[in-house]
Design a protein around this ligand. Structure first.
Ligand SMILES: [Zn+2]
Length: 294
């Protein structure tokens, strides 16, 4: 941001550099012009310290005229000092960083303001619910897009967005646990996403129950977890149990399991009440082999 130079520039300075500018020094203003080394101010009268010249005014041009006509060497020295001072001031001014900041950018939300936080949370929720790539917050184009929507909003850093996403995820988990406290028995839907062209696969568990508190049939996603080992019945069962324990869902609270007819899933829950609600389709290898609801 451009900063004006220190306010030690008296009006007299400009009088020296600009021909014909005969402005009077304002009372109380600092006299930075070097000619005042050679003049005393005695109750409003400028007195030359080199001779008996006195004048009832403070125009630097008048005083410089006196010096040039009566004390030429001193006048030249004063002119040189003034030139050097002006040159130094110009250098300082040149070093001042100048940033062009649009006026509306200066009105950015305070980082702890309610407006900033609300948008932060919505962005984290969006990132949480989609495959939003965190690195986009560093993209100039994305920043311009957000700026065009709301110039006052400051995009979070990538790390800050990750933290917010985790916070939102934990909040959602807490909310689900609260709903489950007032729920009847829970039906679970278990599904695997695996595709031969994909290197990763996932196990997803959703819960469906009636909540006495909200009076609604609630459908929640309990977890979508990456499977890092073979998709055996034991692995599927263990992963599912881990998810259910996190939500304090004991065996007696499960009404039934629903899944596709994958042999591994059926084997995992063969001792429980399981509904086969979909069949794996015999599609070619490029297609997803997960369940499709009939
Ligand atoms: Zn004099």
């Amino acid at each position: 941001m451009s900063v004006t130079p220190a306010d030690d520039v008296s009006v007299a300075d400009s009088a020296f550099t600009d021909d014909g500018n005969r402005e009077r020094i304002q009372p109380g203003r600092k006299r930075s012009h070097p000619l005042w080394e050679l003049f005393d101010d005695e109750d409003g009268i400028s007195c030359c310290t080199l001779c008996a010249y006195k004048v009832k005014e403070k125009f630097t041009s008048t005083l410089l005229n006196h010096l040039s006509s009566k004390h030429l060497n001193k006048y030249r020295r004063i002119a040189t000092i003034k030139q050097e001072k002006d040159s130094e001031r110009e250098k300082v001014k040149a070093k001042q960083p100048k940033m062009k900041i649009p006026a509306d950018r200066l009105l950015q939300y305070w980082k702890n303001s309610a407006e900033q936080k609300e948008i932060d949370e919505n962005q984290a929720l969006f990132a949480n619910s989609t495959s939003f790539a965190y690195h986009l917050v560093k993209s100039f184009e994305f920043a311009d897009f957000v700026f065009s929507l709301n110039p006052r909003y400051q995009l979070p850093s990538r790390e800050m967005l990750k933290k917010s996403v985790l916070m939102i995820a934990n909040q959602i988990k807490t909310n689900i646990k609260e709903l489950l406290k007032d729920a009847g028995k829970v039906s679970l839907c278990i599904d695997l996403w695996c595709q031969k062209t994909l290197f990763v696969s996932y196990l997803a568990v959703t819960g469906h129950f009636y909540c006495y508190k909200t009076g609604e049939l609630e459908n929640v996603c309990l977890a979508v977890k990456e499977m890092t080992s073979r998709h055996t019945a034991q692995v599927i069962k263990a992963m599912t149990q881990e998810i259910l324990m996190e939500f304090e869902l004991t065996k007696d609270r499960i009404l039934r399991y629903r899944a596709d007819n994958g042999a591994n899933i059926v084997a995992a829950f063969r001792e429980s009440l399981i509904d086969i609600t979909a069949k794996i389709l015999n599609l070619d290898d490029s297609e997803i082999t997960a369940a499709q609801v009939q």
